[in-house]
Design a protein around this ligand. Sequence first.
Ligand code: SF4
Ligand code: SF4
Length: 245
Amino acid sequence: MEHNLIPLSLDETFNFSCNAGIPCFNECCKDVNQFLTPYDVLRLKRHFGMSSGAFLEKYTTQHIGPETKLPVVCLKTDPADGFTCPFLSPEGCRVYESRPSSCRTYPLARMLSRSRETGQNTIHYAMLVEPHCLGHSQNCTQTVRKWIASQNIAIYDDMNDRMMDIISLKNRLIPGPLDIKSRHLFSMACYDLDAFRKHLTDHFQKNDFGLNDESWKLLLEDDEALLRFSLDWLKQAMFGSLIQQ
Ligand code: SF4
Ligand code: SF4
């Protein structure tokens, strides 16, 4: 599909509005190749009241990313219905309040780059203009900053940046494919959070991580706290010895 990417700074304005009355309503949710971040999976499995394992099994496929050589999770789609998102209904998105980060940010794309010299992260935004999307011709102007604030995306950005950190470490320190054990740990810690919680309680105790009762209880009960912990844990498990070199 042809598209243009137009870089925008936080205080630049763009014209866009999306609503159920627009003739292209739902067009953007057909022919999708929607990958999910760990936090997208967390929000969607919670939305359906499912375990992460059951959600992954029912709604997603996994493959190894050709560039990163890391497990990638994508929504399962069916060629027979034109690769339509499984969460689309005639009334619109069935999971709107838990929709993935890229659906939230659209028509903007958020990119993070890291300086090799300073280690500083810089965030860039660009507007995606696709021929089927009529939202750009609506009479509604806003700044990038205002659009982001309206999409409740801060926690997605925080979690996705933690994931990007792991991907960039992997690219830098282990350029080739992972061994099977590391691949399994990566999939579990990033995407199958309920399995990771069981792994923690089966194999570790709070003292192994220097946690007090309260912090340990939080990990067992709070998915967001557990995902932050699992991504930090994964970083240590995969790169700990390499980072210290
Ligand atoms: S999750 Fe919702 S907004 Fe995103 S592609 Fe699917 S139906 Fe569309
Ligand atoms: S305006 Fe764009 S984002 Fe909204 S429904 Fe149409 S194609 Fe999708």
